[in-house]
Design a protein around this ligand. Sequence first.
Ligand SMILES: C[S@@+](CC[C@H](N)C(=O)[O-])C[C@H]1O[C@@H](n2cnc3c(N)ncnc32)[C@H](O)[C@@H]1O
Length: 241
Amino acid sequence: MSSEPNIKPADAPRRNFYGRRRGKALRKNQIKHLDTTLEAVSPKGVSLEENPDRNPIDLGALFGNDKPVWLEIGFGGGEHLLHMAQTYPEVNLLGVEAFLNGVAKIVPLMDEHGLDNARVHWGDARDLLEVLPDGSLDKVFLLYPDPWHKTRHHARRFVNTENLDMISRVLKPGAIFRVATDIENYVHHTLERIMPRGDFEWLADAPQDWREPWGDWTRTRYEAKAIREGRTPHYLTFRKI
Ligand SMILES: C[S@@+](CC[C@H](N)C(=O)[O-])C[C@H]1O[C@@H](n2cnc3c(N)ncnc32)[C@H](O)[C@@H]1O
């Protein structure tokens, strides 16, 4: 067996991407799962080659039902995505992650747990958001987006006007957008970009609303690291108006 999976990124690199696409060598078992399972659990019509006109993709066909769909952007190792898919069998979970090693971690686990309500896209979340139908999602999770600490790198942060426009478009009115971050500056960055827009309402009355995790939360790998290193999680909840 080759030490590389046969797959290539589903999306052509159309936008600048500054994160990592691949990390250390994948294990044989991971390569096997990627080669045999990834295509079956991935949405069709995300890449420019498959969908040059950027038509909306068919989420009903992807999941085989019309249950509500929740999207997790940058799921990392997939702990939260798996937890949500197991906790909410009445919901469809769609995850997108640009880092192959994260995708390689979750695909065998989806198989092992026999999850039929989770799907994943290996690629850039912006390419996926672009082809999601208007008002098609009930929740979006952006959990510990890359912090890009330096001021000159803030333009790389996932929370920006273009991405918020896409997230706003794909959320139903009344749908929820959750953002978690351990970087205080990212809290301000997010609020400064969301609050003036007028299409999201921040659901916070008191500090515990952003200091305490959501009732159905599970700690992600990145959050565990942040806490070990002495940083404090913040949990922001927005409702699409
Ligand atoms: C700091 S990590 C957090 C991972 C995970 N959410 C957690 O809490 O453990 C940020 C993740 O977002 C992914 N990411 C960043 N930009 C992305 C993009 N445009 N599309 C898809 N994934 C992206 C990175 O590859 C990385 O895995």
